[in-house]
Design a protein around this ligand. Structure first.
Ligand code: OXD
Ligand code: MN
Length: 601
């Protein structure tokens, strides 16, 4: 069988940057003995190393160099067509007992799983180069920052990790010599990219991740979903902080008053767009800045929640991204970007469905086949991605790297719901807000394999990412509340409600500023609202519609709370709570019952 990741030959002076920490050296040696690579490349994160690896990746056809004039320093990668999204069915939490992983996770026994994976990894890197990537998650000087090492045989992973994390020397410095220091062990091998031998396994008690058989970012950039969320959430509970699937944005009024907001939406539901929002003309003088677009780590300081973005890059969904929908993302990806599974034009530019302007007359689609506008297939895969550095974002928050984090005034939960959920409503308090997050539902998207468009419970957008029992995760949230003397206010939004004829009722994108403005008014104590069965909604006079082409009737539809829809919603919530059995915290059941009572009375 053809080796899909042939070894590179390593020039002197590169690939030899070992740490001083004996625990890391011992672990790498152990993995080397198991996987028998041809050689080992210790990454240092330098520019010289970067240039060398890019040359190797293009020589091996892992990357295609794009037009230097149109997209400088950028490349296209085509994945194996069987490997285009996260695989939740093959993702495991390997805790000592099944209960510790809880019913929302796939569980497998740690001992048996280590043996199975060891069998698969034995000799897996024969004829390949084993890359060792040291990295940190979090700003360089933050108390929340974590060190990780990822071993991989994929040069594509190395080049992505260089964008997504702070990689190389900086991690060795942070780790130091202490062999007992906390650090994450990540092992990844492409094996033969066979879905039958694809497993993403987490061992929270050992701070270890083993991922095999995939090259897709969400499965193999172990810093992201695996460390920052699954292992991260486990560590967060143990250590008293929060690891969440949330964007973080800053919003500043024309008078210079600034707030930070964190928002949890499921995968491919617009976190990147919201984090880079451009306020419409009516909001001249308002500024929205991005701290993060996917993950928030939050700690309590002086009774407030402070958030950092542990990442250093964006791994975003490409289709639909345009100067109209997200100009800041477009600027972020016009250079220094790795594209995965988009189309290639005749002049070596990239194209995707939803990009500005007309489609090209002909292109090569994401599978490498000829494509024209008459083709029935999509040119770009619906989950095609960009990997781009945060520093490319023209609205990157100036305090993006502030180690202590940024104070969070509001937390927003939101799903993709064609019906039931109003445009926005506010929770009464932290406990009610925790209930709203815990009962979030959303229609599934192409970010994970499986059917698209089906409503499923996705509590706090963490269903695929919580590294332990979801009931205990809810309890952890409940316990954070009383520790906050100045808690963020909690809201729920839904940009995706549709009319009876299937059209979106709300324009979304920049116009979401109007919802954000009401949220800020509430945070500052001067926004009005009306109490409903589910929470507080803005009254017509509380919500700024000036210069917006949305009728009062549409607004009524956007805010309508229909008892028959809510009956179904409450039943679905109850059914989900039931699955958590004895781990389901009583206060959240009581919150559910209170809403049900309000509809009954
Ligand atoms: C992501 C995801 O890639 O949530 O961020 O799938
Ligand atoms: Mn995500």
């Amino acid at each position: 069988m053809k080796n899909i990741a042939p070894a590179i030959s390593i020039p002197t002076g590169l690939g030899d940057h070992k740490p001083q920490n004996q625990a890391v050296l011992d672990w790498v040696h152990e993995v080397e003995l198991l996987m028998a690579p041809e050689n080992i490349f210790w990454c240092d994160g330098s520019d010289r190393e970067h240039g060398f690896l890019l040359d190797q990746a293009t020589d091996q056809n892992v990357l295609i160099k794009l037009n230097e004039q149109k997209v400088p320093r950028s490349y296209l990668h085509r994945s194996n067509p069987n490997d285009v999204a996260r695989v939740e069915q093959f993702t495991f939490i390997c805790t000592p007992t099944k209960e510790q992983a809880g019913p929302t996770n796939n569980w497998s026994d740690p001992g048996a799983t280590y043996s199975k994976l060891r069998g698969m990894l034995e000799g897996a890197m024969r004829g390949r180069t084993m890359f060792v990537i040291p990295y940190i998650m979090g700003p360089p000087d933050s108390p929340l920052t974590k060190v990780g090492f990822e071993i991989t045989d994929s040069i594509y992973v190395v080049l992505n990790m260089r964008i997504m994390t702070r990689m190389g020397e900086i991690a060795l410095k942070r780790l130091g010599h202490n062999p007992a220091a906390e650090w994450n062990r990540g092992v990844h091998s492409l094996l033969d990219v066979d879905p039958a031998r694809r497993f993403i396994c987490h061992f929270p008690q050992d701070n270890t991740i083993i991922s095999v058989g995939s090259g897709y970012g969400g499965n193999v950039l172990l810093s992201k979903k695996c460390l920052a969320l699954r292992i991260g959430s486990y560590l967060a509970r143990k250590q008293g902080w929060l690891a969440e699937h949330m964007l973080i944005l800053g919003v500043e009024s024309p008078e210079g008053k600034k707030h930070y907001v964190a928002a949890a939406f499921p995968s491919a539901c617009g976190k990147t767009n919201f984090a880079m929002l451009v306020p419409p003309r009516h909001f001249a003088g308002w500024k929205v800045t991005t701290v993060g677009d996917d993950i928030a780590w939050m700690q309590i300081r002086n009774g407030r929640l402070f958030a950092v973005n542990p990442e250093n890059g964006y791994f975003g969904v490409v289709p639909g991204t345009s100067f109209k929908s997200n100009p800041n993302a477009m600027t972020s990806i016009e250079r220094d970007t790795l594209y995965t599974n988009v189309a290639l034009t005749a002049d070596d530019d990239v194209w995707w469905e939803g990009k500005d302007g007309p489609p090209p007359d002909c292109a090569v689609d994401w599978r490498g086949n000829e494509w024209t506008p008459a083709s029935t297939e999509k040119a770009a895969h619906p989950n095609s991605r960009f990997t781009a550095p945060c520093r490319n974002n023209p609205v990157l928050d100036p305090d993006f790297e502030k180690g202590e984090g940024l104070p969070i005034s509001a937390i927003i939960f939101g799903g993709r719901r064609s019906d039931t959920m109003p445009l926005v409503f506010q929770a009464r308090d932290w406990e009610h807000g925790t209930y709203i997050g815990a009962t979030m539902g959303s229609e599934t998207t192409a970010a994970a394999t499986g059917a698209v468009g089906q409503v499923r419970r996705d509590p706090m957008a963490m269903l695929p990412f919580c590294g332990y029992n979801m009931g205990q995760y809810f309890q952890h949230w409940l316990e954070i509340g009383p520790r906050l003397t100045n808690p963020p206010l909690i809201f729920h939004v839904n940009w995706f409600r549709k009319s009876a004829d299937g059209k979106f009722l709300w324009p979304g994108f920049g116009e979401n500023m109007r919802v954000l403005k009401w949220i800020l008014d509430r945070c500052e104590g001067h926004g009005g609202g009306a109490d409903t069965e589910v929470g507080t909604i803005p009254r017509p006079e509380d919500f700024d519609l000036v210069d917006l082409d949305v009728t009062r009737e549409t607004m009524r539809a956007l805010f309508s709370i229909k008892p028959d829809e809510w009956k179904r919603e409450l039943e679905a919530q109850q059914k989900f709570f039931d699955t958590l059995g004895e781990y389901m915290p009583r206060p959240l059941i009581a919150q559910h019952d209170k809403v049900a009572e309000r509809f009954a009375s």
